[in-house]
Design a protein around this ligand. Structure first.
Ligand code: SF4
Ligand code: SF4
Length: 150
């Protein structure tokens, strides 16, 4: 596992995030946006595709072991300004899909996201969520483990 990813997972788990559970019943996201920004401040910097890097601007991108990520500043995503994403219109797909995850074709959500509600069923279609391997070079067992990587 590369160092950026390891740091991100440890930080996310310490903050209560990246606790993935199957979306087996009614669940929706009611994002608290700038009043929260917990995902932007605790999940580490997002992985980006070459097309996303071009839209965001290469000066904001760093490379690590053949993968590209948004740069971090003081340990946070450098695109976060005053609790909001300064490149919201072209934010990476992983940011747009959070808190939903596609693990082996099954929909999961991050139960640590404070915007998760269970009063209505507004689960996205699994086909709209990219497989987690696209941005987490881990096995499903590693991703679902409650143990932080050391
Ligand atoms: S952690 Fe959840 S509620 Fe908070 S900003 Fe991210 S998506 Fe919204
Ligand atoms: S790219 Fe934008 S939405 Fe994604 S973590 Fe950074 S500030 Fe948050």
């Amino acid at each position: 596992m590369n160092r950026i990813l390891r740091r991100a997972i440890v930080k996310a788990r310490k903050s209560g995030l990246l606790r993935l559970v199957p979306a087996a019943g009614p669940v929706r996201l009611d994002c608290l946006a700038e009043k929260c920004a917990k995902c932007c401040t605790n999940l580490g910097t997002p992985a980006v595709t070459p097309a996303e890097a071009e839209k965001i601007g290469y000066k904001f991108i760093q490379k690590d072991k053949n993968r590209m990520y948004v740069r971090s500043k003081d340990g946070l995503c450098c695109l976060l300004k005053n609790g909001l994403c300064s490149r919201y219109w072209c934010r990476p797909r992983g940011c747009r899909e959070y808190p939903w995850y596609n693990i082996n074709g099954r929909l999961y959500y991050d139960s640590g996201c404070p915007g998760i509600k269970h009063d209505k069923d507004q689960r996205p279609d699994i086909s709209d969520i990219q497989p987690f391997e696209n941005y987490f070079p881990l096995s499903a067992a590693e991703l679902l483990s409650d143990t932080s990587p050391e």
